[in-house]
Write a protein that binds this ligand. Structure first.
Ligand SMILES: *Cc1c(COP(=O)(O)O)cnc(C)c1O
Length: 427
């Protein structure tokens, strides 16, 4: 038995499903999850000492590759000074200043420890600010696992949302309306029907949790216009795409200013850190200034902040995002060419250091289109690539990530493996 298999069996005795976050269990692709022992640059190694080129990067945070020496040094420097104080530190001001500088729509920011906390808190703040309860989200967007956000569409536009998870009361889900991503007409209809009740619209401006799906500029512009018109708080959930598609996030790419932004993943550099922030007049409603309560024992943790700050400083190197986007493009173009050679229906897209692979003829624009892809073929591709030492996301419904450590040799090795795999799939 492989060590991975032995660990998985052991893990399932004390951990539900053997994992601490569901997608890690390989349920959608089948097989045994790899237990990771160590990582360096673009690689990680599993319990059987097999090396993989890593295209999940901890689902986004590892934009500099694993164990970047400057980030490591920053963490080592603060470790000996204490792990957590429950009192403010200067480094928290530094990371707040850095975030406000890099994302100009953020005038004030509050640190939290996970993306889930960031979106949950931003929604509470939007509800407290507007005095309204209803929120709008979009099908296929993931915003963490707070109750209000684990909701799918009801049978019609005006019907209540339904929970997607057991344990979410219908009384909570009914305040969430779920609309189709990139559907401007439906959005306008919804606002016409009940716009004055909507506290907030929350959206992934580049969706990365149904595989990669870009928002159209028309869609995001319509969101901005309706929210302004109806006094609704527009929340960009940039937990994944922030500092990933561009230094200033998707809001820089599209040139649209949300009222609040949620950040996570990259801002922790691999440590548990996330944040939400935005308009000063809205942020003023947060405790201790205002009546919206929000708190956290480990919020702004000195070690997480040190890793985040070091990461945020390194990604500001001139040309960083041009290089990252170029390498990511090389990967998706190379994969597309290899699939074409093997006559496999396949396409791919990338934006900054984020990419999507689709076993379909056309780049999808919605959750419904994503679901039409050939998941059986994706699963075969995933396992063959894994055998060849390339670790893509273990689900057809997740995006992929390239780091600045993925150089030409790494991309080249990936494409060499892919040519063989695509050929075997078409055989
Ligand atoms: C990952 C993610 C979250 C949740 O963040 P956690 O740190 O896993 O709680 C929220 N929103 C988006 C867009 C994400 O990608």
């Amino acid at each position: 038995m492989s060590k991975n298999q032995a660990l998985f069996e052991r893990a399932q005795r004390t951990i539900p499903g053997g994992v601490n976050s569901p997608v890690r269990a390989f349920r959608s692709v089948g097989g045994t999850p790899r237990f990771i022992e160590r990582a360096h640059g673009p690689y990680f190694w599993d319990a059987d000492d097999k090396r993989y080129i890593d295209y999940i990067g901890s689902w986004g945070p590892m934009i500099l590759g694993h164990v970047h020496p400057d980030v490591l040094a920053a963490v080592q420097r603060v470790l000996a000074q204490g792990f957590s104080f429950g009192a403010p530190t200067e480094a928290e001001i530094e990371i707040a200043e850095e975030i406000c500088k890099l994302v100009p729509s953020i005038e004030q920011v509050r640190m939290v420890s996970s993306g889930t906390e960031a979106t949950m808190s931003a929604l509470r703040l939007a509800r407290g600010f507007t005095g309204r309860s209803r929120i709008i989200k979009f099908e296929g967007c993931y915003h963490g696992h707070a109750d209000s956000l684990l909701v799918k569409a009801g049978s019609g536009l005006l019907t209540f949302g339904n929970p997607t998870s057991a344990g979410v009361p219908a009384d909570i889900a009914k305040h969430t309306t779920v609309l189709e991503y990139n559907n401007v007409e439906q959005l306008n209809e919804a606002f016409k029907a009940f716009g004055a009740e909507v506290a907030s619209v929350i959206v992934e401006p580049v969706a990365g949790n149904m595989n990669l799906v870009r928002a159209t500029p028309e869609f995001l512009n319509a969101l901005r216009e309706r929210c302004t018109e109806y006094g609704t708080v527009l929340i960009f959930d940039e937990v994944m795409c922030g500092f990933r598609v561009a230094l200033g996030g998707a809001q820089e790419v599209y040139g649209i200013k949300p009222d609040l932004t949620c950040l996570g993943k990259v801002i922790g550099g691999g440590m548990p850190a996330a944040a939400f922030g935005g308009r000063r007049d809205i942020m003023a409603h947060l405790a201790p200034l205002g009546g919206v309560y929000q708190a956290g024992t480990l919020s702004g943790n000195p070690i997480a902040v040190a890793a985040g700050l070091a990461t945020l400083r390194l990604i500001q190197r001139p040309g960083f995002y041009d290089d990252l986007a170029k390498q990511t493009r090389k990967l998706v173009d190379g994969l597309t060419a290899a699939a074409r050679e093997a006559r496999i229906p396949f396409c791919a897209d990338s934006i900054g250091g984020m990419f999507g692979l689709y076993f379909s003829e056309q780049v999808p624009a919605s959750f419904a289109q994503i679901q039409q892809g050939n998941t059986l073929r994706f699963n075969a591709f995933f396992h063959a690539m894994l055998d060849a030492g390339v670790y893509f996301a273990p689900s057809a419904f997740e995006a992929g990530f390239v780091s600045s450590a993925h150089d030409d040799a790494v991309i080249g090795a990936t494409l060499d493996a892919a040519r063989g795999v695509f050929a075997s799939l078409s055989a």
